[in-house]
Design a protein around this ligand. Structure first.
Ligand code: PEP
Ligand code: MG
Length: 753
């Protein structure tokens, strides 16, 4: 077992690269029989349509005729017992066990020694792997090996199963992720080919076989030329054997099966990039399977070469993307800048395999009023291009190839949603007042878009959070003071007479700057927000100078400091801001009012120092996205734990109450600018705490107003007390949702009225 990791890696790689799950399972049984010196190996998987039933999917050493025929009812036989208990069994004499059940024709009584382990993914038992021998018990190491393998395979099997599901005809099925941005859309998937990786190349058919052949040959020729040129350049500094690799690469592209197979596939009507992907994968797969390590490594050469050609091909293809009228942007990791690549009039929805509701792309989609489904495990992205989809951003699901009844249902929902939106428009000029006359200020989060018209149209009372990161992210250097000045002046003057809260630079975490690379193992616990800008006061000072200068006329600037984790950081920031003000006063000879300065409360340590922080701040703003992430220890972008991310968690509610109480000591105003402020259920909880200033994506503003106008402050305070007696956020959400439903407002949080 010395090379256990190597064996594991090899088996998992083989499975991941096998064409289809059936082949993959056969490979596992063969490898296991060999690696564990077993005489037989079986894999049972859960039947698709019969809950709890296990079906034999692959075996080695037993009669292969029984594959697909042996079915076990829930708990039946030893295999059924392993699945039911979700626990391994290691037996020296299986036939004497009370759960033993003979499968006639299998020949398994010949192998009484048995080790079986469950295959579990996301708490679901997907199946059972077992190995059998004539004699010699399986030892602890072997048991550990099989358990480790089963855990790793679970993910591969899940992925392979979901891909099989997608390739199986054009059947309707549902995919489930987490709610990213509310709303619904019916449209056509467009897979962006941004990342030049084989995984992101979608399957596509073509009518233009000649055109595809031409671009394929062109790409191959260009790579060939490059390789030959590289080889001659290298000759000056590298030994001949190393240069030979480039020549060998070039030869592989000069003809032979790599090229022929791809051309065959194109001639059969497939798009050049996916034809190439398939050929490269198949060739590489043959090498991966070789026992000889040197030859197995050649698989990487083929992939490397494959990528070079792919890059050239994709470069040509991306020049003429035909955006569907209702584009649903689909990707492994859709980014905020990807959204900008789609003409806004075509963009109808987003589905991203990675990420969660507080990922910045979800926040941007929300701001644009576009539904988003995030964190869909095993999304077979490359098979989705051009496929019809229904996206439900309320519950984080989507229907692939929706049938007639689903389409009819969602068309009806969309009509109802449009009616709700229309009714909400009537509220735009009305103040947000509870039924017992408490006024709530509703502001918008901005910075991701430069179009302020929707905010003004929705009756926003100012900008409660302007994220200044984007102008920094879209450049290839820090923006100059003048560039920043113009950007800030635009927003300050557009909202003249209303407060505009500009947040100082909050990069780090999941917001990188290409020209200022930060490589950290734990970026969210690392150099982020004011931690960076205090270490680089020149960046901070330039930004604050631009902000203060930009506000000289409109005089409505408020400055918000991100990631404050203690008093010292705040004192330092305040010192720098005052210094900047003094400098500008000296330069202009004018008296400049010091803007109101607030701290974001988004790090748990700030909650426990709230009184000290408030004593130094003009206001505080709760960033529920990060506060939730840090309090619950749940990465806001990680789909594996996205279900655990809830800003209505009792711990988050209690922390926010502590903030409100601490701030009350110095009468410091508290507002909320995280995503919770725009969630109708969040609005109910926050008002219940006495928070009366909320900043949110513009798309949520009128919905929030509707909620505020439909309840009394007193009632919401009572509901909060009820919520605090509950032990988890699911119950809390249900309780608030039931109250919304009672008022006939269910349509604000889900598809349909
Ligand atoms: C937050 O953390 O809640 C917040 C508003 O800031 P951001 O999402 O930009 O981190
Ligand atoms: Mg934050």
């Amino acid at each position: 077992m010395a090379s256990m990791i190597h064996r594991l890696q090899r088996i998992v790689q083989e499975v991941n690269r096998a064409p289809g799950i059936d082949r993959a399972l056969v490979l596992i049984t063969e490898s296991l029989t060999r690696d564990l010196n077993a005489d037989a190996c079986t894999i049972f998987l859960a039947a698709k349509d019969e809950p709890g039933v296990l079906v034999l999917q692959a075996c080695s050493g037993l009669n292969p005729e029984i594959i697909g025929k042996v079915k076990l009812k829930p708990g039946q036989g030893l295999i059924g017992a392993i699945a039911a208990r979700a626990e391994a069994m290691n037996l020296i004499n299986a036939p004497v066990h009370k759960k033993f059940m003979l499968v006639p024709e299998s020949g398994e009584t010949d192998f009484p020694v048995m080790l079986g382990v469950p295959i579990i993914a996301h708490r679901d038992v997907l199946g059972v792997i077992s190995v059998q021998r004539v004699e010699d018990a399986f030892n602890e190491d072997e048991e550990a090996f099989l358990t480790t393998l089963a855990a790793q395979l679970a993910t591969s099997i899940e992925r392979a199963e979901s891909q099989d599901r997608f390739s199986s005809k054009r059947a309707t099925h549902m995919i489930k992720g987490v709610a990213g941005a509310p709303g619904m859309a019916i449209g056509v998937a467009l897979v962006l080919n941004r990342g030049v990786a084989f995984e992101s190349v979608p399957d596509k058919k073509t009518d233009d076989v000649e055109g595809e052949l031409k671009s394929f040959r062109e790409a191959v020729r260009k790579v060939c030329d490059e390789l030959t040129e590289q080889a001659s350049l290298m000759r000056a500094s590298l030994p001949e054997e190393e240069c030979a690799l480039f020549i060998a690469y070039a030869q592989m592209l000069s003809g032979g099966s790599l090229i022929d197979d791809t051309e065959q596939s194109i001639k059969a009507g497939n798009w050049a990039p996916s034809s190439w992907r398939e050929t490269v994968e198949q060739h590489a797969y043959v090498f991966t399977r070789m026992e000889d390590r040197y030859l197995a490594e050649r698989a990487n050469d083929i992939r490397d070469l494959g990528l070079r050609v792919l890059r050239k091909l994709m470069l040509e293809q991306s020049a003429y993307i035909d955006f569907p009228e209702q584009t649903i942007l689909v990707g492994d990791e859709v980014t905020a800048t990807d959204l900008a690549d789609v003409p806004i009039e075509c963009l109808s929805g987003v589905i991203s395999a990675h990420g969660s509701s507080s990922s910045h792309v979800a926040i941007l989609a929300h701001a644009l009023g576009i539904p988003a489904v995030m964190g869909v495990p095993n999304l077979p992205v490359k098979q989705l291009d051009g496929v019809n989809l229904v996206v439900d951003g309320y519950n984080g699901s989507a229907f692939v190839n929706p049938g007639k009844s689903i389409l009819t249902e969602y068309r009806q929902y969309l009509k109802e949603e449009a009616a709700i939106e229309q009714n909400l428009l009537e509220l735009k000029d009305q103040p947000a007042i509870t039924s017992d006359q408490h006024k709530v200020s509703l502001l918008v989060n901005s910075g991701l878009m430069s179009d302020y018209t929707p905010s003004l149209r929705s009756g926003a009372e100012g900008v409660g959070l302007y994220r200044t990161e984007i102008p920094f992210q879209i450049r290839d250097r820090f923006p100059s003071e003048e560039e920043q000045y113009l950007i800030y002046k635009d927003v300050l003057e557009t909202f003249k007479g209303m407060p505009v809260v500009l947040r100082t630079l909050d990069v780090g975490g999941d917001k990188p700057l290409s020209y200022f690379p930060i490589n950290e193992a734990n970026p969210f616990l690392g150099w982020r927000g004011v931690r960076i800008t205090l270490d680089h006061p020149e960046i901070f000072v330039t930004q604050v100078r631009a902000m203060i200068r930009a506000s000289v006329n409109a005089n409505n600037l408020e400055i918000l400091l991100p990631m404050i984790s203690g008093k010292a950081e705040l004192v330092e920031c305040l010192g720098l801001i005052r210094r900047v003000r003094a400098e500008i006063e000296e330069e202009t000879g004018r008296q400049i009012l010091l803007p109101r300065i607030g701290a974001m409360i988004e790090v748990p340590s700030a909650v426990y120092q709230i009184e000290d922080i408030c004593a130094l701040s003009d206001f505080v703003s709760i960033g529920t996205n990060d506060l939730t992430q840090y309090l619950l220890a749940v990465d806001r972008n990680n789909e594996n734990v996205a279900d655990l991310f809830s800003s209505l968690h009792p711990a988050v509610l209690k922390a926010m109450i502590q903030i409100v109480q601490g701030a009350a000591v110095s009468e410091t105003p508290v507002s909320v600018c995280g995503e919770l402020a725009g969630d109708p259920l969040g609005v109910m909880a926050l008002l219940g705490m006495g928070i009366d200033s909320l900043s949110m994506s513009v798309g949520s503003l009128l919905r929030a107003k509707k909620v505020i106008m439909s309840f009394s402050y007193e009632e919401l305070a009572e509901l909060l007390q009820q919520a605090l007696t509950m032990s988890d956020s699911i119950l809390i959400r249900k309780m608030y949702a039931a109250r919304l439903d009672e008022r006939g407002l269910g349509g604000l949080i889900r598809a349909g009225k």
